[in-house]
Design a protein around this ligand. Structure first.
Ligand code: ZN
Length: 314
């Protein structure tokens, strides 16, 4: 039976590249592990943030495009992205987020406390203290390894057809349903990060794709053979996966699950060190070989951005 270790990455749409970097690198202390372009729309950046090496299960990616209309979070989307913080670090994060003007609330589900807030584009995020998962050794600005975000805890899926999405999680992705708490069903995968998926059983409105919404969630495949087996399984079960696409840092295929959420399956290898050393990850604009001839033109069109220590941390 095919089983994913969990989330590979989550990709979302935002308006402003610099604001996005200031929040995810500057405030949250994640590492910009790759600065590239959207392979399907080279005039738009594709920014990847993760732990020090950008391991699967830690990576959130963004397509920042100023003219993108605002979306609405709702059915057919990943509604909430959850991160793991080390045990005992919640007070640090409460202080830090308040210092940067981020409004916070807290909520409980499955007996766990979640610190909830939005990013500057309105994406819903939450932090949960957890022992599981290795510490993130990346430190930046005011975030040291002892408090650093380890990676994804998981995600809350706002499915338009929760019971059909349940079927996909169990019978295609190989997750296990471990319980229900009010309007949430919880699923686990085998990895130690990105392994806790909740389905919200009654998300109120229909989602509209646009800035401030998640575009897709990607699940981990071990290697190219495993990936191919998933494609075969999807075809057998009557889904319509895309061809396998080369995303340079992983191979990818996409399909819509019946609840409306765009799922991707992505291979763990080769990872982000395929075209830059670990020390230099994210520093230069990296282009796939087929776009290298357009570098000059692209560098002129794309807004210039930088990873910078924010005022509040100086
Ligand atoms: Zn993706």
């Amino acid at each position: 039976m095919q089983k994913t270790a969990g989330i590979h990455h989550i990709s979302a749409m935002v308006n402003d590249a610099q604001r996005n970097i200031d929040f995810y690198a500057g405030v949250l202390g994640l590492r910009l592990v790759k600065k590239t372009i959207n392979f399907d729309r080279p005039e738009v950046y594709h920014l990847y943030f993760g732990n020090e090496t950008g391991e699967p299960g830690t990576v959130i990616t963004f397509f920042p495009w100023a003219k993108q209309l605002k979306g609405r979070i709702g059915q057919g989307q990943v509604g909430v992205t959850s991160y793991i913080i080390p045990k005992g670090s919640a007070p640090f994060w409460e202080n830090r987020l308040r210092k940067f003007g981020v409004e916070l609330t807290s909520s409980t589900r499955f007996g766990e406390t979640y610190l909830k807030f939005n990013d500057p584009d309105g994406l819903q995020l939450e932090l949960r203290e957890r022992e599981e998962g290795p510490l993130n050794t990346w430190k930046f600005g005011g975030v040291e390894a002892e408090n650093a975000i380890k990676g994804f805890d998981g995600a809350v899926l706002f499915s338009a057809q929760p019971h059909k999405t349940t079927d996909v999680l169990e019978n295609v992705m190989g997750l296990e349903c471990i319980g229900q708490d009010n309007e949430f069903l919880r699923f686990k995968s085998e990895g130690n990060v990105g392994n806790t998926i909740d389905i919200h059983l009654n998300p109120s409105v229909r989602g509209l794709m646009g800035a401030g919404t998640v575009h897709h969630i990607a699940w981990r495949a071990k290697d190219e053979e495993d990936h191919q087996r998933w494609r075969t399984l999807l075809l057998e079960k009557g889904y319509y996966p895309t061809e396998i696409l080369d995303r340079n840092y992983f191979k990818a295929l996409y399909f819509h699950e019946p609840g409306g959420i765009l799922f991707e399956i992505a291979t763990d290898p080769p990872g982000f060190a395929v075209d830059e050393t670990i020390d230099e990850l994210g520093e230069k604009l990296m282009l796939p070989s087929w776009l290298e001839s357009k570098r000059e033109e692209l560098e002129e069109t794309l807004p210039s951005v930088e990873v910078r220590v924010l005022e509040g941390d100086k």
